[in-house]
Design a binder for this molecule. Sequence first.
Ligand code: ADP
Ligand code: MG
Length: 229
Amino acid sequence: MIELKNIVKTYRTGDESLVALDDVTLSITDGEFTAIMGPSGSGKSTLMNILGLLDQFDSGTYFLNGVDVSKLSDNEGAHVRNKEVGFVFQSFNLMPRMTLLENVELPMIYAGIPAKERKKRALKALERVGLANRVKHKPNEISGGQKQRVAIARAIVNNPSVLMADEPTGNLDSKTAIGILRIFQELNVEGTTIVMVTHEPEVAIYTKRILSFFDGALKEDHSQIPEII
Ligand code: ADP
Ligand code: MG
């Protein structure tokens, strides 16, 4: 599903340049639940942004479901991103003035899905994460763990082929984090491919595979039997 070959990504600011990803080659197949690990600054978020078609790379190739993404126009890239990728961030990134239901409807508005269908699917997604009774609430009326559940509902509502999460439990206490990881495990069992950045080993034990980065390079690729929640 995800096929990266010799990816290099350099950030240029003024006359400084920094190699954030240094010749990264990896593949991730359907149904995996993979953790991206490594110290701060090792390139984890840069990798996620490239995988999620949020950022470009300098050289190498990236095939997503057989599509060479470097050949896509900005418009085509946005279309593929909206269709294939769901995103969850550490800081939830919900729209504060919108209700939870409206937040979850957003990606479907971009996808041009009619209002009635949007509402039905948003309700189902919120139900899926255990928030069916909060749909009219605003983000500031719910807890951090609940906000992350809304973000997950929003990320899965278009049935993406891959769910990407950058430190999704980084702002949550460990008990709340377990609840989020349980949802990820359930979604993975149901067939969703998940790529999750974490720097916490106690979070990575719930995944099937750990890719470890250091200084922008992939140092270790380790499969494991996940701890089941
Ligand atoms: P991680 O998520 O593992 O902490 P990042 O991918 O955010 O690492 O960053 C990798 C390296 O690239 C770091 O040295 C960081 O300072 C640098 N970097 C990240 N984003 C930018 C940017 N927009 N401009 C310049 N340098 C950046
Ligand atoms: Mg990061």
